[in-house]
Design a protein around this ligand. Sequence first.
Ligand code: KIV
Length: 300
Amino acid sequence: MAFAKMTTRKVLEKKAAGEKIVTITSYDYAFAKLVDQSNIDLILVGDSLSMVVLGNKTTLQATMDDMIHHTTAVARGVTNALIVGDMPFLSYKVDIKDAVYNAGRFIQAGAEAVKIEGGTEVIPIINALIANDIPVMGHIGLTPQAVFKLGGNLVQGRTAEAAKKLIIDAKNLEKAGVFSIVLESIPWQIAKIITESLCIPTIGIGAGPYCDGQILVIHDMLGIFTDFKPKFLKYFANVGETIKQAMVDYRNEVENMTYPDPEHSYECPDDELAEIADWIQSTDIDREAKKCLEEKGVWI
Ligand code: KIV
């Protein structure tokens, strides 16, 4: 089935039409292609790859080179979904020129927008990116690149003061021109207030049902990455168990020689086999092998 190409403009139109925006992360060609074939609106090449693909404890270890490598692979598998590249730690807050250059690398790798974490304080960066024609997605609430400043991966916006700051940050990000904002790990009531106060869509992860869209980390929701399970995470499949069972079956079949069977093996024609058998009988294979080495000038 053919689906229409998603754009930042269409994402905004979906909010206006009251349609949900369905978003997921992907990090490679094979997953991205499956996601794209499933009519998902937006694929984030998230810095969560640091944890779920590369095995680090936080997102802080993801580098620009990691992100570009994976964005390129995702882009090869995607025709319809909007691809957003997640700017990693140290790639945008240190220097605005670096931010523009690094965001540009995402666009050259096949992303159509970038996501940056932070509230009102990142607006100068957003201004510079938009001035360079790079669409930006915001991200407030639990911002995992600030894990040490926040004191852990904790729910944000639970006090009136913290919630007011989130509401103001969201307003300012909208004014700065982001086309959507990820709301991560905040109470659903605060996410609802923010969503209703904006014309741009909110994309929730651990932010309740009233956001304009949802995002999950694909390895989490498929049950592939199970090192920890936040409250908001729902397993939509148990692919990890399916993979482990396939490995048990594979091992068993190799050990008892039921795999490969004739259906999964190549045949040699009978007349060729007869010639090979004659040759084996009439040939000193060690001497032939030595001769072959000498002829090619290769020494073992
Ligand atoms: O890196 C990521 O996957 C993200 C999403 C969880 C929003 O930032």
